[in-house]
Design a protein around this ligand. Structure first.
Ligand SMILES: [Fe+2]
Length: 209
């Protein structure tokens, strides 16, 4: 026969055939306003069983986070350009800049989840990204199309140079997962985007005079 008793803390003890099981009193009230210290610091790694040395994972996390920060900034730069573009090429560039922003957003998630897969902490806050990036801050106002595209190309080149450096180091460390992501996704996508926007700086007439 089962019997139930309640202790001073409100916890119930139920006994069935001599065995006792304690259960917590449940409440539908969310426990709001909770605070706790960090459970993992930014520069510390968790150990995950992926047969890759701590030194290799640490170096990859540092590089991937720098590329992630640049990618977050480039994403924002594309959105700013999408909103501020003006002139005869407004419609095509408005759409193209948003397409590129969406593709950079996908890279942000791939890079961040790679850092987490290595046991690290991905940069998440845009103010943290702003501290890590080497991409120059644009003016708060609007620029014309050639200046806007030139700024985007400079940002791409910084990001691509950093990616090439990271490709060398991840190859040396045999971190093939990061190497594959950096080559197949980050490098190739950025090179393609450079081509698509650089062609808008070619000065050719629509009709021969
Ligand atoms: Fe939009």
């Amino acid at each position: 026969m089962a019997t139930t008793t309640r202790g001073r803390s409100g916890a119930r003890s139920s006994s069935t055939n001599g065995s006792t099981r304690r259960t917590r009193r449940v409440s539908p009230q969310p426990r709001l306003g909770q605070k706790a210290p960090e459970i993992q610091q930014f520069d510390r790694l968790r150990l995950l069983p992926i047969a890759l040395s701590a030194a290799a994972r640490s170096e990859s996390c540092r590089l991937l986070n720098e590329i992630l920060a640049d990618t977050m900034i480039l994403y924002a730069l594309y959105k700013k350009s999408h909103w501020n573009v003006a002139g005869p090429t407004f419609y095509q560039l408005h759409l193209l800049f948003d397409k590129h922003a969406g593709e950079q957003l996908e890279l942000i998630d791939l890079l961040a989840e790679r850092v987490q897969s290595l046991g690290g902490i991905a940069v998440g806050d845009p103010r943290h990204a702003a501290e890590l990036t080497s991409i120059e801050r644009p003016p708060d106002g609007a620029e014309d199309v050639p200046a806007m595209i030139t700024r985007l190309l400079r940002a791409h080149e910084k990001l691509i140079a950093l990616t090439r450096h990271a490709l060398d180091l991840t190859e040396r460390n045999k971190d093939w997962g990061s190497n594959d992501l950096l080559m197949g996704d980050v490098l190739r996508r950025n090179e393609l985007q450079v081509w698509f926007i650089a062609e808008h700086l070619v000065d050719v007439p629509l009709v021969e005079h």
